[in-house]
Design a protein around this ligand. Structure first.
Ligand code: ADP
Length: 462
């Protein structure tokens, strides 16, 4: 199993790796580059000096025609420039003529002794040879002994520069470490808080104690998503509890009635007359109605998939649905009006669209008292068709309006009424309309009726 590290440790570790790599590579590269440039420059200058000196001796040789020691005598070692220390003049056979040195007694007397120059051992000096040529003929040689680059002022400068740079790197490392710590903290804290919040949610604690904030977009989205997840789960949990108590409540009444009827018959208190049996059967009907409602729940899930799309005349779907409801409306004393545009073709799942409209008509009837009026309107609107179901019923309060499309949601008013489903009718309508790529909206005021509007694309029917 891999070793787990905290996000903060991981971030600090990564920042530091990047910083250390950059800090090692960049200063080392700068130092190497400078060293190379300085060395090239110094050796080029040395070569030039050597050539100049070789030319000087060649001129002297031409003047006297030989390595005349007298002609050479007046020369002191002034022509030797740093980093040259000594030059040995040899004749064409390699025999020593004279050696010039910057460390001569005269130099020292003049006070030019390089006191601030480092002590250099003879073996450390660098040797280079050069021929003295006249018209291409070798007449003698020069053997230079030079101070190595490291002891030169340029070398000293480079050493100093490197030292300062390493201090700067060390300072930057400490600063970068502090910044890395701060940055890692800024990223890890909201993530850890979001994780903690998710844990709380998993334990069933949905309440947000204090709202977390982050100015990093992705983290802000994460925090919001976790918070929304909490609220959604809380709402679902509430609805689930409500459903359970609804189902238990709805089941209890018919079961109690059936049981008491059957016991009374068993004990001989009641005769099983056809009327009593019918009464018992009507309670069984209530039970099966309830079971049917629970079964409808599953159709919410299936509404999204497996649409049996076909080209249909929407006007006929509406007419058929209204026709089914006509006797029910008549029984209750509610008028059902329709205003349906003819020949509105669309590619839809006819069965599902009909189910949606029936659910709306059933609700309108359920929540409208006798003497009220319900109208269903259908018309073509560009590439869509719209269906409106308007009633003059009890209406929906502003407090309930945002939730009525959620599963199992029932307003308190509808719960108090004897009639009523389990609060899934509208959730089914919404799922069906969503699956068709349409929209559903509602306008309602408590006591003034409601208007549900469906807008569904007719699709490429041409
Ligand atoms: P139910 O099966 O309980 O009617 P729905 O999902 O169809 O469930 O509706 C959810 C809730 O919305 C209902 O309980 C009711 O309070 C409210 N509602 C729906 N349609 C209407 C309407 N036409 N008039 C008033 N309230 C309505």
């Amino acid at each position: 199993m891999s070793v787990k590290r905290s996000l903060r440790t991981q971030l600090i570790f990564q920042y530091m790796v990047i910083v250390i790599v950059c800090m090692l590579i960049i200063p080392t590269a700068i130092s190497e580059l400078l060293d190379m440039q300085f060395r090239n420059f110094a050796s080029e200058r040395l070569r030039e000096n050597e050539s100049e000196i070789a030319e000087l001796f060649a001129a002297l040789y031409v003047q006297s025609g030989s390595w005349d020691i007298c002609a050479l005598l007046p020369m002191d070692a002034d022509f030797l420039r740093w980093p040259m220390v000594t030059v040995q003049l040899t004749d064409e056979d390699g025999g020593e003529v004279r050696t010039y040195s910057r460390m001569s007694k005269r130099e020292k007397r003049r006070g030019k002794s390089k006191e601030n120059e480092p002590e250099i051992l003879k073996e450390e000096l660098i040797v280079s040879n050069r021929d003295i040529l006249i018209d291409g003929r070798r007449v003698g040689g020069l053997r230079f002994l030079c101070v190595p680059f490291n002891f030169s002022p340029e070398g000293a400068f480079l050493r100093k520069f490197n030292r300062i740079m390493y201090y700067a790197v060390a300072f930057m490392l400490v600063t970068a470490g502090a910044i890395a710590f701060f940055m890692a903290f800024r990223i890890s804290r909201p993530v850890l808080n979001a994780a903690k919040r998710a844990q709380q949610i998993s334990r069933g604690n949905y309440q947000i104690e204090d709202k977390m904030e982050s100015d990093i977009t992705e983290l802000s989205i994460l925090i919001d998503s976790v918070d929304r997840l909490g609220s959604t789960l809380e709402a679902q949990e509430k609805l689930r509890r409500r459903l359970l108590s609804d189902v238990a409540h709805e089941l209890r009444n018919p079961v109690t009635i059936i049981k008491s009827h059957l016991e009374a018959i068993e004990d001989g208190v009641w005769q099983p007359t056809p009327e009593r049996i019918r009464l018992t059967v009507s309670e069984v009907d209530r039970l099966s109605q309830l079971i049917k409602e629970v079964e409808r729940l599953t159709s919410i899930e299936s509404a999204g998939h497996a649409l049996a799309l076909e080209k249909v005349d929407v006007s006929q779907i509406i007419e058929k649905a209204a026709l089914v409801f006509d006797p029910l409306y008549k029984n209750k004393g509610v008028t059902l009006k329709r205003e349906v545009e003819v020949d509105v073709a669309a590619v839809v799942d006819a069965g599902k669209i009909r189910q949606a409209i029936e659910n709306l008509l059933s609700n309108a009837l359920r929540y409208t008292d006798a003497g009220g009026e319900v109208s269903v309107t259908m018309k073509k609107e560009g590439g869509d068709f719209t269906v409106e179901v308007q009633d003059s019923g009890i209406g929906i309060s502003d407090k309930d309006l945002p939730y009525i499309f959620e599963r199992f949601y029932r307003t308190d008013v509808s719960r108090a009424r004897a009639s009523g489903g389990l609060g899934i009718g509208l959730a089914i309508v919404k799922a069906i309309i969503d699956a068709h790529g349409g929209t559903i909206s509602v306008k309602s005021k408590a006591g003034e009726g409601s208007r549900f509007t469906l807008k569904v694309p007719r699709k490429d029917i041409e």
